[in-house]
Design a protein around this ligand. Structure first.
Ligand code: SAJ
Length: 432
């Protein structure tokens, strides 16, 4: 097995920084490269610029040991790991400009036997169609003189360090040898199994994982819409259907956010739009949910405007501060666009283009609370106190997250997304 001493990680964000630090604390000499000099300075001080449990300690250990250094220029190294963002463009095609820039930065530094690994989630075909041609400008033959592999990250924000160590990994090689070299490297830090395949399959595996989740959530959301029309409760439907040993439906909600699940399915669609029809429809169902929430809130008050709305939650999911592609923000935007006066509170988010207020300010004089993110803190809200601040007592819970009985006991009218009304009450005798 070729010995790799010096690893260069390009992109020091949520994935690149923990990966670079893990290699450094496992005895590799690591150079972290980022285009932002402030990020580089922060890391060289042993500090971090992103919020992730345990990362601070790990980066400190890596920089203190002298094995991790950050810089803005890619040096000559044995291994290059590309961990840069791959966002989505207006036309829903992947924006590969950061991947291209990273590959261009590496090409002049490549020496024979170097290994280049793309970790960024990318449309199937990216290594062959985009990365390999750029690396070939070095004059070295990709697959023979320079090795190329794809090893997608699969970690969940909030538990990145644990999942980096424990999750199984898929490694796709440009050639079999490329894959074997990359697998050997990851085995130095990964406790889980490392599975080998070809490079395009590995790219497809990663986007398939997130697409599976997106399609499943879209089904749950569609069941929520249908259940509302039928006057039944989709949460009961899903709970009871999931008792079947081979059914595992996810939860409906105000939409799907974050920079992965709401984006990656489009990477498949862009490769075969005529074939990937289910995937595209699932995306559209999920993207339609914020509009449904707005319409339901407006309809509850028979179109009265403006309503004073206390919006709880801006983050794309509970207990994180990340607002990328957040459906909560889309609901807020649509409610405001519909003419309502929206006051937004989120205990985790501090910086946002939309003005944030305190819980008290959000609730003061509000006609309705719309719960948009399942932050644990919201369960601590006292319904009696909340009601006392408000003008009306209406709660719309888009995550079926709050204790319905407790809010009803405080004289709130509670509307849960996916719950079409009291079907059970209609069936049971009044005294039940
Ligand atoms: N959501 C629902 N209903 C559910 C579950 C989630 O509406 O039942 C919504 C959430 O509220 C959120 C969105 O989906 O808006 C995505 O949240 P998530 O927790 O499902 O996933 P992410 O985006 O935080 O992380 C995912 C993970 N992928 C999978 O679980 C297959 C993670 O492992 C990936 O590494 C990450 O995407 C990524 O970087 O691709």
């Amino acid at each position: 097995m070729t010995k790799f001493d010096h690893i260069c990680v390009l992109g020091l964000g949520y994935i690149g920084l923990p990966t670079a630090s893990l290699f450094a604390t496992n005895g590799f000499r690591v150079t972290g490269v980022d285009v932002d000099p402030r990020v580089v300075d922060t890391i060289n001080r042993g500090e971090v610029h992103i919020e992730e449990p345990g990362l601070n300690t790990l980066v400190q250990a890596a920089t203190n040991s002298g094995m991790l250094r950050a810089t803005t220029e890619a040096p000559v190294a044995d291994v290059y790991i590309i961990a840069v963002p791959t966002p989505i463009l207006e036309d829903r095609r992947a924006d590969l400009s950061c991947v291209e820039a990273a590959a261009r930065a590496i090409a002049p530094q490549l020496r024979p036997h170097a290994l280049v690994i793309l970790e960024s989630t990318s449309p199937p075909g990216t290594c062959h169609g985009v990365v390999a041609p750029i690396l070939a400008t070095s004059g070295l033959e990709v697959g023979r003189q320079v090795h190329l592999a794809h090893c997608p990250e699969r970690v969940l924000p909030g538990q990145i360090l644990y999942e980096l160590l424990e999750n199984p990994r898929v490694v796709g090689g440009y050639t079999k040898r490329c894959g074997e070299l990359a697998r050997g490297l990851y085995r130095a830090i990964v406790g889980g199994a490392v599975h080998l395949t070809d490079v395009t399959t590995a790219e497809m595996v990663k986007v398939t994982e997130n697409t599976f989740r997106d399609v499943n959530i879209a089904l749950a959301n569609e069941l929520a819409l249908v259940s509302e029309r039928l006057g039944i409760n989709a949460w009961d439907v899903i709970r009871l259907a999931n008792l079947h040993p081979r059914v595992n439906l996810l939860n409906p909600g105000p939409g799907v956010g974050g920079h992965c699940i709401s984006v990656d399915p489009w990477f498949i669609v862009e490769q075969a739009p005529d074939l990937a029809r289910l995937i595209a429809t699932a995306r559209e169902v999920n993207d339609g949910m914020p509009g449904h929430v707005e319409a339901r809130v407006t309809a509850l008050f028979s179109g009265r405007k403006p309503l004073r709305v206390a919006a709880l939650g801006a983050a794309y999911k509970g207990n994180v501060d990340d607002t990328r592609e957040s459906p909560a923000l889309e609901v807020v935007r649509l409610l405001a666009e519909a003419g309502h006066d929206v006051r937004l509170y989120d205990p985790h988010v501090t910086r946002l283009r939309w003005p944030l207020v305190s819980a008290t300010e959000a609730l003061a004089g509000a006609d309705v609370i719309v719960l948009l993110t399942a932050h644990t803190e919201f369960r601590g809200l006292d319904p009696g106190w909340a009601g006392a601040q408000m003008a009306g007592r209406v709660l719309v819970d888009t995550h079926n997250f709050l204790d319905k009985k407790a809010w009803q006991a405080a004289h709130f009218q509670v509307h849960t997304l996916g719950d079409g009304g009291a079907a059970l009450a209609r069936l049971l005798p009044r005294s039940a």
